[in-house]
Design a protein around this ligand. Structure first.
Ligand SMILES: NC(=O)c1ccc[n+]([C@@H]2O[C@H](COP(=O)([O-])OP(=O)(O)OC[C@H]3O[C@@H](n4cnc5c(N)ncnc54)[C@H](OP(=O)(O)O)[C@@H]3O)[C@@H](O)[C@H]2O)c1
Length: 209
C-alpha cells in the first residue's frame, strides 16, 4: 500500500518523494502533467495523473494514506485559492475517506486558525486553509495537520520547533517540511494531531517519534 502525494511536483512534494523513495516508503506521486513523470521515475516513484480541479478519483487506488502538499501559489487569484486550496482539498478528503484510506496528512499554514490576523493579501488563502483544516477535523478520517511558517529554500537543518513562542522567527525550510512529512508518514501511530512547524532545535525524528 502506498502514500498518495497530492502536489508531488511542488518544491516540498518533490523533496518528500525523493526522501520517501530513499527511505523505502512506497509513494504514488499525483501529477497534473504526465510529462512531469520523468523526474519521479528516476527515483523509482510511481505516478498518476490527476487535477484537483478535475477528475482524480482513480488516484487513490492501492493507497493507504494521503500527503496533501498542493497549493494554488501566490501567482494566481482568489478563484484558484477557492478551487484548489479549499474545494480541491475538501474533495481529496472526501475521496480518501470514501475509498477507505486510513489517514490524511495535510500541509496547512501557521496562521490558518486566524486568517484575519495575517497580512491582508494572505487572508483569502489563510481562510481557505482554515476551512479545509476544519473540514478535515470532522470528516471521519484520521488526520495530521502540519502548519509551516513562511517557506524558505535554505538547506534542511533536520531540526524544527513546534512552539512559535520559543523561536524568534516565523520561517521553515521546505526541506525541513519534507523531512517532517516523511517522519509523520512513517509513523502511523500519529493520529488527530496538529503541529505548527518552524526551523528550530529539536531533531525531526524526536518530534514525531
Ligand atoms: N509559501 C509559503 O510560505 C507557505 C507557507 C505555509 C504553507 N504553505 C503550503 O505549502 C504547500 C506547498 O508548498 P510548495 O513550496 O511545495 O509549493 P509549490 O512548489 O507551489 O507546489 C504546489 C504544487 O501544487 C500543485 N497544484 C496546483 N494546483 C493543482 C491542481 N489543481 N491539482 C493538483 N495539483 C495542483 C502544483 O502542480 P504543478 O507542479 O503542476 O504546478 C505544485 O506541484 C501548500 O500546501 C501551501 O499552501 C506555503
Amino acid at each position: 500500500m502506498k502514500t498518495l502525494v497530492i502536489g508531488a511536483n511542488g518544491r516540498i512534494g518533490r523533496q518528500f518523494c525523493t526522501l520517501a523513495a530513499a527511505a523505502g516508503l512506497p509513494v504514488c506521486a499525483m501529477l497534473r502533467d504526465p510529462d512531469q513523470a520523468k523526474h519521479f521515475e528516476a527515483d523509482g516513484v510511481d505516478t498518476v495523473t490527476g487535477d484537483l480541479e478535475g477528475g482524480f478519483e482513480h488516484a487513490f487506488q492501492r493507497c493507504e494514506q494521503v500527503v496533501f502538499t498542493a497549493g494554488s501559489g501566490p501567482d494566481t487569484g482568489a478563484d484558484k485559492t477557492l478551487l484548489v486550496d479549499l474545494h480541491g482539498a475538501i474533495r481529496a478528503i472526501d475521496l480518501a475517506r470514501d475509498q477507505g484510506l486510513g489517514r490524511f496528512v495535510m500541509v496547512s499554514a501557521l496562521r490558518a486558525d486566524e486568517p484575519l490576523a495575517g497580512p491582508e493579501n494572505l487572508r483569502p488563502y489563510l481562510a481557505a486553509k482554515h476551512a479545509a483544516d476544519s473540514y478535515l477535523r470532522h470528516a471521519g478520517i484520521e488526520y495530521v495537520i502540519l502548519k509551516p511558517g513562511r517557506l524558505t529554500d535554505e538547506p534542511a537543518s533536520g531540526c524544527i520547533a513546534t512552539d512559535p513562542e520559543s523561536v524568534g522567527h516565523l520561517t521553515i525550510s521546505r526541506g525541513n517540511v519534507a523531512r517532517s512529512l516523511l517522519a509523520v508518514a512513517r509513523n502511523r501511530a500519529l493520529r488527530n494531531r496538529e503541529y505548527p512547524l518552524l526551523d528550530g532545535e529539536q531533531p525531526i525524528d524526536t518530534v514525531f517519534a
